[in-house]
Design a binder for this molecule. Structure first.
Ligand code: LLP
Length: 423
């Protein structure tokens, strides 16, 4: 990966050696490449340019202010799912007129906060939510812009815990009830229906589900227009996959190839909510080996990063490439299966749970106490899902821009851990 190259046997982020960063800021340490994030955004903007998309970066993937600012400066909007995320967008100086608000459980307070900030639109997920938005808008003398979230019943073949577009998931509304609900919006002067929303799941590594969603969108938009709705937005959510293992990720242009023609046929504007695609491969989590041990016929490498930092392997059995920062054996293209000069290893953290591992039965170069380890593709759903479990302070985050390093979040202290407790 060009933002995280090995040069002369050691890992860099852009022009800065990882080992230098680890020495200066300690471990665990999240290291981001600014140019990678900008490159991904540019890729999406270029691929979808024909339909002049509004790119609403999905804040849930990584909500650190320093990251949101990079994305704001690139001209993007934001997809939020809570009042807290909207607060973060504002704190980062984001343009709230380019914010979409999704999620199945928006409270009246969150709806009010969003209306006060004149967001672009609400992705509405239920009939009761429509009623709640109408009531809050009425109390403020405002008209709320809404798009209805459709459950398209498309199997995007993602992990069971991250699929969203199949019937029976909690998200969106069934296609059969859609026209009825849209008619309700038409009768309600406090609501303005702007279009439709779909999010199929995450991560999606083929274009087929988006092609199918595009066709459904055309049908639904045409049907709604026949019913008298003046709608012009299709929001196709996020979900673009990335390379965690090798080169399995598709370029944005592959998704654009199937999405752009559908949006053009429907004569609509396009909103997208990419998260992982923008930040996933922008970050490496650097940790330090605390101990190694051989027990039960296995080699364990115990590091100072854990499931409280990166929960994805424990939660979804996710695969992340891991490799030493100064390896005895260069990292091969394919890190799965047997590798000459390496030994089958479990890379684990210090948290008291068997699910606290980053890599299981992985062929890795020899490591010893004090060695640094890189966990790749840690930018999406890494820090955003991190916790203080086992009373472990959250780690430092640094943003690298060429040779310049900025601390965007400092390491938490023990005092931070108890700061909110009152007695
Ligand atoms: N829009 C909506 C409505 C979503 O629910 C999501 C993700 C996105 C956009 C952004 O999806 P992305 O482009 O990042 O794939 N924690 C899991 C992923 C959960 C995704 C939740 N929704 C993981 O670590 O894989």
């Amino acid at each position: 990966m060009q933002s995280f190259p090995y040069r002369d046997g050691e890992l860099y982020c852009e022009n800065v050696p990882m080992a230098k960063l680890a020495e200066q800021y300690g471990t665990p340490l999240w290291v981001y490449s600014k140019s990678f994030i900008l490159g991904q955004l540019k890729q999406i903007q270029t691929a979808f340019a024909e339909v002049d998309p509004v790119i609403c970066y999905s804040v849930k993937a990584n909500s650190t202010l320093g990251i949101l600012r990079v994305i704001r400066d690139a001209g993007c909007g934001f997809d939020v799912v809570s009042g807290g995320e909207l607060y973060r967008v504002k704190a980062a100086g984001g343009d709230t007129s380019k914010v979409v608000f999704a999620g199945v459980g928006k409270t009246d307070e969150e709806i009010r906060f969003a209306l006060e900030n004149d967001i672009l639109m609400f992705d509405v997920e239920s009939e009761q939510e429509l009623d709640a938005i109408a009531a809050v808008a009425d109390s403020m003398g405002k008209v709320a812009r809404v798009v209805l979230r459709l459950n398209p019943d498309i199997d995007a073949k993602t992990h069971a815990k991250t699929t969203t577009g199949k019937k029976g998931n909690k998200f969106g509304m069934d296609i059969e009830r859609f026209r009825e609900l849209a008619a309700k919006v038409l009768r309600d002067k406090r609501l303005a229906l702007k279009g439709i929303h779909m999010h199929l799941g995450s991560p999606i590594l083929t274009t087929g589900p988006y092609a199918a969603a595009g066709q459904k969108a055309i049908e639904v938009v045409e049907a709604l227009r026949l019913d008298g709705h003046d709608i012009n937005w299709i929001n196709l959510g996020g979900g673009f996959g990335i390379s965690y293992r090798g080169n399995e990720g598709l370029p944005a242009s592959a998704y654009a190839e199937v999405i752009v023609p559908a949006v053009q046929q429907a004569k609509c504007r396009l909103a997208l909510e990419p998260g992982r695609f923008v930040v996933g491969n922008s970050c490496v989590l650097v940790s330090k080996v605390v101990y190694t041990k051989r027990e039960g016929g296995k080699l364990f490498v115990i590091q100072d990063a854990a499931m409280n930092d990166l929960i994805r392997p424990a939660m979804y059995d996710s695969f992340h490439r891991v490799w030493p920062v100064r390896p005895a054996t260069p990292m091969p293209e394919n890190v799965e299966g047997e590798i000459v000069g390496c030994e089958k290893t479990d890379l684990v953290g210090p948290v008291c749970e068997s699910s606290d591992y980053f890599a299981k039965d992985r062929y890795l170069p020899k490591m010893q106490r004090g060695d640094l380890v890189a966990t790749f593709s840690a930018g999406a759903y890494g820090t955003a899902m991190s916790s203080n479990y086992n009373s472990r302070p959250r780690a430092t985050e640094v943003l690298v821009d060429g040779s310049t390093v900025t601390v965007i979040r400092r390491r938490e202290t023990y005092a931070d851990l108890v700061a909110h407790e009152l007695s």
